[in-house]
Design a protein around this ligand. Sequence first.
Ligand SMILES: C[S@@+](CC[C@H](N)C(=O)[O-])C[C@H]1O[C@@H](n2cnc3c(N)ncnc32)[C@H](O)[C@@H]1O
Length: 291
Amino acid sequence: MENPLPVRELSAVRRAALAQLAAAGVPSPAADADLLACHVLRVERSELKLRELRGESFSEPQYALYASLLERRAARIPLQHLTGEGHFRYLTLKVGPGVFSPRPETETVVQLGLDFLAEQGLAAPRCVDLCSGSGAIAAALASEAPQAAVWAVELSDDAIGYTRANCEPLGVTVLHRDASALPPELHGTMDLVVSNPPYIPPNAVPREPEVRDHDPQMALYGLGEDGLQIPRAVAAEARRLLRPGGLFVMEHAEVQQESAAQLLRETGFTSVAGHPDLSGRPRSTSGRAPR
Ligand SMILES: C[S@@+](CC[C@H](N)C(=O)[O-])C[C@H]1O[C@@H](n2cnc3c(N)ncnc32)[C@H](O)[C@@H]1O
């Protein structure tokens, strides 16, 4: 008798998926093939491996869904837009079209902020994430420093729903407004300001289709010839928000370390220092508000 529910063996399907994504130039084809399979099967990656070892298969509807997701990923639609999830530190965040997908390099920026909070030993620190997007930084600060009061600030009408969805359950106060114009009553009250603002110059359009075609323009381009117009405004606001001795940490492009340090000094920050990301690239700069 014919099998009423045709099935497709996981390991063979995954091998073909990897080849399809690799041929399309997807930078991490094996991981993406796995993560899409996990999304379809609603399992963790470790469970996927076990099922594969046990010789299990996709059902036909699962296979059809997987095939359509692979086709869209091969068209270089970001993985996070297909799964609706972005992983950041210990969190799984809601992401999708209209919001910047959080990146691993930003995890280091959060760590610098957390290290500062730990070193200061404050009972109830106050922190702001300027240009929050998905709210990755604010949500990570709130979840890993639960004693902190955290604000998230985002201007984009398209992104703000994601900021709220990811941050509000963690008790973060979300402000839908320009990061360079916060309520004056917040000035001088913050211990820590962290920001990953848009910083790409207009003539440095990213090559990766996932970034160029799917991250919001407003999340990428920092305006001005050097891409640092928004970072300058953000740094100036950070300076107003911080109490004396407070810390500002800002992410930037690898080639912007010197200009970032200069702009922080020009804004009045002291102890300005550059920091490498996890792969050793200079991707953030910090400064202290003068005492
Ligand atoms: C590079 S993304 C960073 C998002 C998030 N912080 C992260 O690290 O994943 C920059 C974010 O800044 C927002 N943005 C741009 N200009 C802004 C402004 N003037 N005020 C507030 N947010 C702004 C963009 O909409 C975008 O969400």
